[in-house]
Write a protein that binds this ligand. Sequence first.
Ligand code: ZN
Length: 206
Amino acid sequence: MASDADHEHEHVHESVDDAVDARDDWARRRRKGIPTNEQLLVVACMDERIPVEEALGLELGDAQVFRNAGGKVTDDVIRSAALTTNFFDTTEIVVVNHTDCGMMSASDEAVVEGLEAQAEAAGADLDEVDLDPAIPDLDIGDASVAEWVKMTDDIDEACAAQVAYLEDHELVPDDVTVTGYVYEVESGELRRPGERVAEEISERRA
Ligand code: ZN
């Protein structure tokens, strides 16, 4: 008597072929134009306390992840976002900033002084240091060192600003969705910028 199991019987080579095809897609996904599984770019702070993939529920292959000091939209975030959204079918960007970020740990003046001292020790002027060794024309010049470093007073405001920078940028297509979250190192949870629930519910109502 034929059972359903017999009817649906799969030859071994079929499952092996599926695995071989999947591996081929994985290895040649760039050549085949296969985007990340979630068509997602994540921009996050480099802080070692943020488990970016775990916090967003991502697996290997789901997203491209760009991490830098502060999770700030720098020129290289724009470069990377422009390339992946225009040439790699990325349709979503998520920015992850976090509480107790190192970017809030010192004043602009202290950081600028520290970098100036480092440049001086190396026999250079901070305004003339190469920002990109391949593009010697790119230096701080007359721009503000503090604005380049991007220290932060308020992480929620900073997060909302990074989202706006990406949303408004001419090299990021308009139909790309950009969202930001603040990861709370104290609770291990994400919050939307501006929604400081823990603070609100532990303060007396005005
Ligand atoms: Zn940080």
